[in-house]
Design a protein around this ligand. Sequence first.
Ligand code: FCA
Length: 330
Amino acid sequence: MRFNNLSRLVLSVGLAMGSLSAAQAADDDVKMGFIVKKPEQAWFINEQEAATQLGEEKGFEVVRLAGEDGQQVLSAIDNLNSQGAQGFIICPPDVRLGPAIMNRAKQYGMKVVTVDDRFVGPDGQPMEDVPHLGMSGYKIGQQVGNAIAEEMKARGWDPEKVAALRITNYELPTAKERTDGATDALLESGFKKSNIFDAPQQNTDTSSAFAAASPVLSKNGDYEHWVIFALNEESVLGGVRASEQYGLSPDQVIGVGINGSGAAFAEFSREKPTGFHGTVAVSSTMHGQQSAENLYQWITEGEKPPANTETSGTLMTRDNWEQVRKDLNL
Ligand code: FCA
């Protein structure tokens, strides 16, 4: 009996303290950083914008920062600390910076969630203790592969005469999952394995993809048609631009990207179709809002977000892009 009463007392004191600290945090100004690896890309601009809007509705502040390399990320964290931020959302420029970023955040007592690219620990495994939200990369990659296979059939292409330009970034798990998914789906559809050529890119943008793609196209001049895929649409666009420079016409090329950002909208808005057939669109609005919401709950309620949230995508082409854009609130 005595023990029971005592434990009830401990429990109620604990609950009271818990709600007190939550209420205090809610009264204080909540401020969070949103650090992204590619601040000029439409995907990341939209993510940061969506988080900022949510903050305006809910009454917290989002500080948008660029983190294009390790040094910039660490000074962004210092900067956030001096502004009194309680935590930050980050898409890191290099996933292997995870432990260094977490060290700095811990010094300041900041809470951290990752978006899009997940931290990797010294053992090469994802850092499970840092809550993450990102695409279900392999599945979305398969959607890319299936979309390419269907379009090849619709155009009546002979698989013997089709090559694949696989723009890869094997150092980045986010990228590898997606290009692996696309490759497997293509192979299942009957694509010839020996017709797939790797173009390793140094980065995740259009210019690095262009640089990677050009030599691969010129070394393999015997194919009538090319399909192009990569981790994102910015990179596929680099491949498509390289195919144009090489002299291929749009009807010889099927490029399918991933993201559904302003980069794809601009391409679909061109008067004439290009080799960029489509992209698997994911809601960057949702990624930005959900990450901010998760961190906000963590700061104010002490509720740690789920270890990993995976989001799904919808194929967007020149024919349906405006509708998909609306549906995904982009
Ligand atoms: C990675 C890519 C981005 C976007 C994001 C969800 O960070 O580089 O383009 O696809 O994942």
